[in-house]
Design a protein around this ligand. Structure first.
Ligand SMILES: C[S@@+](CC[C@H](N)C(=O)[O-])C[C@H]1O[C@@H](n2cnc3c(N)ncnc32)[C@H](O)[C@@H]1O
Length: 337
């Protein structure tokens, strides 16, 4: 019974992961990283070349980016889902080094080879391929995101991947963000994306509904490739001094509450609690990330929490607020405010 339950759970989880990125979204993000890709081996390790727009993007732009090689591997169940003709549960690999006579080569033009195992990104076979790569680019399974990021960060490889913004405070993810080993990319319009998902019921409102797709909000790109947005300074127009009532102190953290990123005051040199969406504007030369609320992980607040309060979620006058990151303005740090 336990086994039956766990295989049902796996089937459900796998299904939840079966949605596919649109090429326009890849093109829009990749535009900002061209210089990083010259002479590089790109690995897409959650990508069936027959369906993946990442495969399509990198083959189409192989010469333009000056790539050395493209490798894609595909998890066996990915094949089954969209292609009934390919339901042999075979995990596959494709390697392309450019030069196809057709400028838009198909997987069959290039040639796919079977993998020995199931194509799981965690398998030794795929880890060996990862070692040969320079940059990993994909949309990995959301349900395995923590494991996926932990493996990638441990590999020391460059990456550009899609994930949900909720992952920012996962215990495997947040330390990387705090230490500037991973940050957000340029991002999707309005922080949401439509993914190709023929088997899903879309719950988007009429205005946002697109046939054969699901709308997912809170989707972001995570990367450790440098880009110019990350060096743009946010212009701070609000002031704390003389306007203290607008920035209440938390009951249980030694910090002030800034409920909207655009309201970060220009003149406050202490710890400030901000929403996680602050990261879309984060410039590490302008701000330091001190931590996050203890509700996201023990020890995350770097000592700002008042444990005697007993409440881990940030609260103001007894009213709890949503997830918060704690930041400090690097340009103003003069005291232990
Ligand atoms: C969100 S989908 C994205 C697919 C594709 N990368 C894209 O962007 O269109 C994640 C894919 O990862 C595959 N997947 C699930 N578990 C995996 C695993 N353990 N190893 C490799 N791929 C996996 C799923 O089959 C699914 O197709």
């Amino acid at each position: 019974m336990a086994n039956e339950n766990s295989s049902l759970h796996t089937a459900k989880r796998n299904k939840k992961d079966e949605f596919y990125t649109q090429i326009v979204d890849i093109e829009r993000e990749m535009r900002h990283y061209r210089s990083h890709f010259k002479d590089k081996v790109v690995y897409c390790n959650c990508d069936d070349p027959y369906v993946s727009a990442f495969f399509e993007y990198f083959t189409k732009n192989f010469e333009f980016l000056g790539l050395k090689k493209l490798i894609t591997t595909c998890y066996k169940s990915q094949h089954m889902d969209l292609f009934s003709q390919n339901d042999a549960e075979q995990a596959i690999k494709l390697e392309y080094s450019g030069g196809a006579s057709n400028s838009l080569p198909t997987p069959d033009d290039i040639g796919v080879t079977p993998l020995e195992g199931d194509g799981d990104f965690r398998s030794q076979e795929c880890i060996e391929i990862l070692k040969t790569a320079d940059i990993v680019v994909t949309n990995p399974p959301f349900s395995l995101f923590s494991e996926y990021v932990a493996q990638l960060a441990g590999s020391g490889k460059k990456f550009l991947i899609i994930g949900h913004q909720n992952a920012i405070t996962y215990k495997e993810v947040f330390p990387l963000i705090k230490e500037n080993r991973m940050w957000l990319g340029y991002g999707f319009k309005r922080n949401m994306a439509h993914f190709i998902a023929p088997h899903y019921e879309d719950t988007a409102s009429d205005a946002d509904h697109r046939e054969g797709m699901i709308r997912v909000s809170g989707v972001v790109w995570y990367t450790n490739l440098d880009h110019s947005l990350r060096h743009e300074e946010m212009i701070l127009v609000q002031r704390y001094h003389g306007n203290e009532a607008a920035y209440p102190r938390y009951d249980n953290y030694a910090a002030i509450e800034v409920s909207r990123t655009q309201d970060i005051p220009a003149d406050y040199d202490g710890a400030m609690g901000v929403p996680i969406t602050f990261l879309t504007k984060y410039n590490p030369e302008q701000f330091e990330i001190i931590g996050a609320t203890e509700s996201e992980g023990t020890g995350f607040s770097s000592g700002l929490w008042k444990p005697e309060s007993g409440v881990a979620q940030a609260a103001i006058n007894g009213v709890r607020v949503y997830k918060r990151l704690f930041i400090r303005n690097r340009k103003l740090v003069t005291s232990e405010a």
